[in-house]
Design a protein around this ligand. Structure first.
Ligand code: SF4
Ligand SMILES: [Zn+2]
Length: 321
């Protein structure tokens, strides 16, 4: 039974996941479709919080196109934004062969999709590939910057590129009229809750100079990662949702945040009583960008969160932020 499930999960002709949701496009909330294609996975595969490698299976160009066509069955006539993710880099030609990428872009263009969002490490972002995307569609290039602090990105997250690499990739994209989204990670391992909040706020300020959109990712404990090992030893706790609000209230707009796994032990969480309300408010903020929605949120656990932030300041070692 387990073997059959695993086999199905790793089938290179089936996408990892496909779902519809709402997204902000030109200031309006519109219908979007998110597709996660199953590829061989990220070639870097070293980030300390990333467990995406377990989703991968080598997929040929033809198999990727089968996955894509299957995913497009969920497209509705109202869908305006399509996000094609791979748990890696859409622009890495060893992960998504040129032929598959070209046919996917052509097809989205012919369907009249208004905006495409893809993800890539900066190293794969070349003027030629950016031009290929933009000649077909208004494209947003999402880059996992995680933090503007090179020390944290390099030594703690093991991301393998610098802030300048991110800025250079943004420049290539902007010079051709494309859009840049920067992912920021709230609470990499080894950071206190307060340091994580400060790092996310200062990162958002620095990244906003090079990005049109920021996306705050709340760290969750993925399988097979260093973060998971620390968490199992009681040395890591995913961020409090109060911390996420603190960041969202204090950063330049626009910023979005999908509280994946909120309220679970492995995901960002508060006390269990208020998690659902706070997640709902965060999702609504994505579409309105009105941080006033957070003002009325209260729970008894807020004072506990404040105490944690204060106590960790005294007990953590050398602050990095
Ligand atoms: S976080 Fe991104 S760059 Fe890092 S290993 Fe995962 S997919 Fe690759
Ligand atoms: Zn609470």
């Amino acid at each position: 039974m387990i073997a059959r499930t695993a086999e199905k999960r790793l089938d290179p002709t089936r996408p990892v996941s496909v779902w519809s949701s709402q997204d902000l496009y030109e200031g309006r909330s519109v219908k979007s479709l998110t597709v996660i294609l199953r590829t061989v996975g990220c070639r870097w595969n070293r980030c300390t919080m990333c467990g995406y490698a377990s989703e991968g299976a080598p997929a040929t160009a033809e198999e990727l196109l089968v996955q894509y066509r299957e995913s497009m069955k969920k497209l509705s006539s109202e869908t305006q934004v399509v996000k094609i993710y791979t748990s890696g880099s859409f622009l890495d030609s060893l992960e998504v062969p040129q032929e598959a990428r070209g046919r996917i872009l052509d097809d989205l263009h012919s369907r009249g999709i208004k905006k495409l969002v893809i993800e890539s490490r900066p190293g794969y972002i070349t003027p030629e590939l950016v031009a290929e995307c933009l000649s077909n569609l208004d494209t947003e290039f999402a880059i996992g910057l995680e933090t503007a602090n090179d020390l944290i990105r390099e030594k703690i997250i093991h991301k393998g590129f610098t802030f300048s690499d991110f800025a250079r990739a943004s420049q290539i994209i902007h010079s051709q009229g494309g859009r840049v989204k920067a992912y920021l990670l709230l609470k990499p391992p080894m950071l206190s809750e307060g340091a994580a909040i400060r790092d996310a706020i200062s990162s958002a300020q620095a990244a906003s100079k090079h990005a049109d959109m920021l996306s705050l990712n709340l760290c969750n404990v993925q399988r097979g990662t260093l973060v998971e090992r620390l968490w199992e030893r009681g040395e890591y706790r995913p961020p409090w949702l109060w911390s996420a609000l603190e960041v969202l209230k204090n950063v330049p707009h626009p910023i979005i945040c999908d509280p994946v796994g909120a309220g679970t032990r492995r995901g960002p969480h508060n006390c269990g009583n208020c998690d659902a309300d706070i997640s709902k408010a965060i999702r609504s903020h994505d579409l309105t960008q009105d941080a006033g929605i957070f003002d009325d949120l209260e729970c008894k656990c807020k004072s506990a969160w404040r105490k944690v932030v204060e106590l960790e300041e005294q007990t953590f070692g050398t602050p990095l932020v």
